[in-house]
Design a protein around this ligand. Structure first.
Ligand code: NG6
Ligand code: CA
Length: 499
């Protein structure tokens, strides 16, 4: 009898100690932050001490990749473990798109729910909401994050430059007055609000391309919107709201394992920093919102510290795609660059097939389990699904997260082994393959340099080939010199596509 009680005690003890050991996971997913935008990645013109601390006391990857050079497909891949280019309708989503992750698709948050985690999404969504054709903003907004594995959400529905410019909590718009319903249209003007096109004199931030529709808070947006006056946000307060809701979610879940998907609005356009940061970087609004992003990270870490959660929390920090200067607003990003290099030594930028499109800052911080180091292991955000499944001891069904490799050892710094290859997805659908330091960019249609953003696209009639070891800036195309090499990579890419 005594022996039985002892056994029972052992079983209960080990079960509870496993539960206690399961780390919290905070995934800080930034927007349009370039490989060279942080001081821990070599930026000399700007200081990002809070993010630098994660890098210095954690693992800083020098070969970390988003799957795509734009937002929606990168987020899709991250949350499903499947490349977005395998599914149509996953390119940059308009603000009135329906939910683009089908509710029956296995997701990273749903997997963590099964592992006993409380899951929350705070910040930018941009994966569509509601049924095809978009939601009724005045009613229950469904399906959305709560139908694909999140227990809680506080969201910017799309991007800050797209209407509706209101917050959504769980399935409802916050502060919505039923007497002043929201109407959204992406084709024709609704309501009487001024637009950037008709009333440019009302703008506090001029536009350079697109973004000529409804003016909210002195900034014209993509899409038309009327109503919802009480619910409208102030762009200058977005970062603070995101911090407040993130800290609230953390505090509410301090006694159980939690997963927080913290998707910042920074440093996407419109770049409208809080007064605290205006003019502080000397690099104009784009630099100022990098400081605001760094503050965000500092506040979240401070909250974890004060709740004594830091030791047992894995923080992953990355960006959805590479950097862009003029992304449609005349906010002096080019004029005030002051020698700052957002892409560091990399070629291209957001939208591009060149490396700067998808090679991004990638940091893993977990004081108790990750030793400070720099890792050159190639890792993709699509790998987080299988890696976090391994961490939380979840087995995956055969069809679950099909493109995700278990890179847990690399993520925790126990191995320097790379994933076998990296696939990069540019805005026009062009794919590239990196394998054993060689990079092949498949032929792609479109201009060589995108207008307005002035970013080199990587588009070419016959494809491009680079030796990244000798030429990390993708300057010397070796396609005609090494046709066999290019063909081999093209075949491998075809195999991966058809997988
Ligand atoms: C582009 C927008 C750009 C940005 C981007 C999406 C114009 C001229 N450009 O079409 O401002 O919103 O879409 O960015 O409208 S992402 O990071 O969310 O993918
Ligand atoms: Ca983005």
């Amino acid at each position: 009898m005594l022996r039985f009680q002892f056994l029972l005690f052992l079983i209960i003890f080990s079960a509870t100690s496993f539960a206690q050991k399961r780390p919290n996971i905070v995934l800080i997913y930034t927007d349009d932050l370039g490989y060279g935008d942080l001081s821990c990645y070599g930026a000399a013109k700007i200081k990002t001490p809070h993010i630098d601390k994660l890098a210095a006391q954690g693992l800083r990857f020098t070969n970390g990749f988003a799957t795509s050079a734009t937002c929606t497909p990168s987020r899709f891949s991250l949350l499903t473990g499947k490349y977005a280019w395998r599914k149509s309708g996953t390119n940059i989503a308009p603000g009135n798109a329906g939910l683009i992750i089908p509710t029956e698709t296995p997701t990273l948050p749903a997997m963590l729910q099964k592992a006993g985690y409380k899951t929350g999404a705070v910040g930018k969504w941009h994966l569509g909401l509601g049924p095809d054709g978009g939601p009724n903003w005045n009613g229950t907004i469904k399906p959305g994050p709560l139908e694909i594995g999140f227990d809680y959400c506080f969201l910017i529905p799309a991007t800050a430059d797209r209407v509706p410019t209101v917050f959504m909590e769980n399935r409802h718009i916050i502060n919505l007055d039923p007497k002043d319903p929201i109407e959204v249209d992406y084709n024709k003007k609704v309501g009487n609000e001024p637009t950037g096109e008709e009333n440019p004199e009302l703008l506090k931030m001029k536009l350079s391309e697109g973004h000529a529709q409804t003016i909210v808070n002195g900034i014209s947006r993509i899409g038309y919107m009327s109503g919802g006056k009480k619910a409208l946000w102030k762009d200058e307060e977005l970062a603070a709201h995101i911090v407040t809701q993130s800290v609230k979610f953390i505090a509410q879940n301090k006694n159980n394992p939690f997963f927080l998907y913290l998707a910042t609005n920074d440093i996407h356009v419109p770049r409208a920093p809080n007064q605290k940061f205006v003019g502080k970087s000397g690099l104009g609004p784009r630099g100022d919102v990098i400081l605001q992003l760094d503050w965000t990270v500092g506040e979240v870490v401070r909250a974890l510290d004060s709740l004594k959660l830091t030791d047992n929390t894995l923080i992953i920090f990355s960006s959805d795609n590479g950097p862009v200067l003029d992304d449609g607003y005349a906010d002096f990003a080019n004029e005030m660059l002051n020698g700052h290099t957002p892409a560091a030594h990399l070629r291209g930028g957001k939208y591009s097939a060149f490396d700067a499109g998808t090679k991004v800052p990638f940091i893993a911080y977990w004081p108790k389990n990750i030793k400070p180091a720099v890792s050159s292991a190639a890792i993709s955000q699509v790998d987080l699904y299988a890696s976090l499944a391994a961490l939380t001891k979840q087995s995956l069904a055969v069809s679950e997260a099909p493109d995700s490799f278990n890179m847990l050892d690399a993520l925790l710094g126990k191995s320097a082994k790379s994933r076998p290859y990296i696939v990069q997805h540019a805005v026009n659908g062009t794919l590239s393959l990196i394998k054993n330091n060689w990079k092949y960019i498949e032929p792609g249609k479109g201009p060589e340099v995108y207008p307005v953003t002035n970013i080199e696209s990587g588009n070419s009639a016959n494809g491009l080939l680079y030796n990244l070891k000798q030429d990390p800036s993708e300057r010397e195309d070796l396609l005609t010199q090494k046709p066999k090499k290019a063909l081999k990579l093209a075949k491998e890419l075809k195999r991966i596509k058809e997988n």
